[in-house]
Design a protein around this ligand. Structure first.
Ligand code: ATP
Ligand code: MG
Length: 271
């Protein structure tokens, strides 16, 4: 809507995990590298935690882009089922791209595990690594599921894991995993994302505007500061504030977003 007014090719602040817009703060880059290292070195398991909206799913998508499909078979589970059999079914379905019977009773956990075992062996034989990424893993409340996930790491040959398990989730995921000592011991790599520091918020905004084809001066310095303060440096909130500010700036016919415009935008977001 406002793209033309601001000289943009597309909207810069969509709340979607589009890797094209990925901004590599030191922390985001480090988290991505740690997850990639876990996968490439076949370390078994890794976790990535962070508050809501801080970029975990974006990192997941950016990771996927780095894993060529001829070498990696990836199941990216975005909405983990809360029952073990369902979760297992989702993993198998993702890896095999086949239709499985949908009724719970039709395939037991044991037969799903058997299918999964075959998939892992086949991938290994074909020179492919198998990766299971569970996003939003903090919503799994049942301790037994973490225990079952741990058992998936027992799929091994003599010298390697046949599966890499990555768990992404909000900070409480850490505690969940710490409560299962055996699983905790299997986590080879841990990463935690915090909100952006002020400097990163500035660079993040400039980066997204740039990728969307806009000029550097769309937001001025007073705008940057208030956006950082009011968003707490959380990218999802930064996006919403910037998006509404661009809209307000357009109907006010302003050439550069300043503090007042951001304030007005914030009011229409309900503060
Ligand atoms: N490093 C980044 N580069 C570019 N955009 C980002 C980055 N981090 C976050 N974002 C933006 O913020 C939005 C929210 O990020 P994301 O969905 O990855 O958060 P999350 O940590 O997975 O949150 P939740 O815990 O709610 O699932 C994304 O859709 C994306 O637009
Ligand atoms: Mg997410």
């Amino acid at each position: 809507m406002y793209e033309e007014y601001w000289g943009l090719k597309e909207k810069p602040f969509q709340n979607t995990p589009d890797p094209r817009f990925f901004y590599k703060s030191l922390e985001h880059e480090e988290a991505l590298m740690k997850m990639l290292y876990t996968v490439e070195e076949g370390l078994g398991a890794g976790i990535l935690t962070g508050v809501f909206g801080c970029g975990k799913t974006v990192i997941g998508q950016s990771l996927l882009e780095k894993l060529p499909s001829d070498k990696y078979k990836v199941a990216f589970i975005t909405n983990p089922q809360l029952e073990y059999v369902e979760l297992l079914r989702a993993i198998v379905r993702n890896l095999k791209s086949i239709e499985l019977p949908t009724k719970k009773t039709e395939l037991s956990a044991d037969s799903l595990l058997e299918i999964l075992g075959d998939i892992l062996q086949n991938n290994n034989r074909d020179g492919r690594e198998t990766i299971v990424i569970i996003d939003e893993a903090h919503i799994i409340k049942d301790e037994r599921i973490f225990e079952e996930l741990r058992l998936l790491l027992n799929f091994q040959t003599r010298d390697k894991f046949l599966l890499t398990l990555l768990l992404f989730g909000q900070p409480e995921l850490k505690q969940r995993i710490e409560d299962n000592k055996q699983l905790e011991q299997r986590i080879a790599m841990k990463s935690h994302l915090e909100a952006f520091r002020q400097e990163d918020t500035f660079n993040y905004i400039a980066h997204r505007v740039h990728i969307a084809g806009g000029a550097d001066l769309v937001f001025n310095e007073s705008a940057f500061k208030i956006i950082h303060n009011r968003s707490g440096g959380i990218p999802r909130r930064i996006n919403r504030i910037c998006d509404v500010s661009l809209l307000v700036g357009m109907y006010k016919n302003i050439k550069s977003i300043n503090e007042e415009i951001v304030e007005e935008g914030l009011q229409s977001l309900g503060g």
